[in-house]
Design a protein around this ligand. Structure first.
Ligand SMILES: [Ca+2]
Length: 248
């Protein structure tokens, strides 16, 4: 992993296991959003405007303020095995759309995303195809032939598989929406070597979702970031990531 763009280290642990002649180095890094790229996932469509990202508190928080087309803010560091955690908070009682994050981001066509819809809704643009967002938490593989644009936009909205765009890897069977003014904490582990992806989401101390073990080996690692689609006033904070190298 490249460390040049990392600004603050919260903990660092180095352990030598002489008996097995192995070396394990674990570092936990805090995210600095001043070092992020922003990506518009439907840059030409006029359905909604592109997201507007604001950086607060010297890069420790990022805010997306617009009822917008889908978009990502993504860091520069690239990982294979990683633990990734963070908090999001919707700071309005207006609207009911998608908030989430991305991992294993390789380019604008290939990444994994966790996205959470508040309320069931058919997308208002029926072209290029009808898309239905179900209420609840969803884990998706984005492996898009077209890249950003209306096909990927509708495929991201849809809770299901869209050929040559998006594969739904898991959805929370509870089908519960997020609540406004409520901080949610996620923890994700990704182990590309065996294709393992697992997600936990907490409301306060309470575990409210556990994806169980999911396996997908399409993407072998990449960058980390946050995601919004048609939801304004979303605040992400306290993002932490731990590089796991080749460990399980
Ligand atoms: Ca909206």
């Amino acid at each position: 992993m490249e460390s040049a763009t990392l600004v603050s280290t919260t903990t660092t642990t180095t352990r030598l296991k002489i008996s097995s002649i192995s070396v394990r180095i674990t570092a936990v890094w805090a995210t600095d959003f001043r070092k992020y790229d922003t990506i518009a996932l439907d840059p030409h469509g006029a359905t909604q405007e592109d997201p507007i990202w604001e950086i607060h508190h010297n890069g420790s928080e990022i805010y997306q303020t617009l009822n917008s087309d889908p978009g990502i803010a993504v860091g520069f560091d690239s990982f294979s095995g990683v633990d990734f955690e963070g908090t999001f908070f919707v700071n309005t009682d207006i609207d009911d759309d998608y908030v989430g994050f991305v991992f294993s981001y390789q380019n604008t066509r290939q990444f994994y995303t966790v996205m959470w819809k508040k309320v069931l809704q058919t997308y208002w643009e029926p072209m290029p195809f009808r898309a239905i967002a179900e209420t609840g938490i969803q884990l998706k593989l984005v492996d898009s032939k077209t890249g950003p644009g209306e096909h990927l936009r509708n495929a991201l909205w849809h809770t299901g598989n869209t050929r040559e765009q998006v594969k739904l890897l898991w959805k929370d069977p509870r089908k519960v929406g997020w609540k406004q003014y409520t901080p949610y904490r996620w923890r994700l582990i990704h182990r590309p070597r065996i294709g393992l992806i697992r997600l936990w989401i907490y409301e306060g101390q309470r575990l409210i979702a556990d994806s169980g073990n999911n396996f997908d080996s399409t993407l072998k690692g990449g960058r980390l970031g946050v995601f919004a689609f048609s939801q304004q006033m979303v605040l992400w904070s306290n993002l932490r990531y731990t590089c796991k190298g080749e460990e399980i």
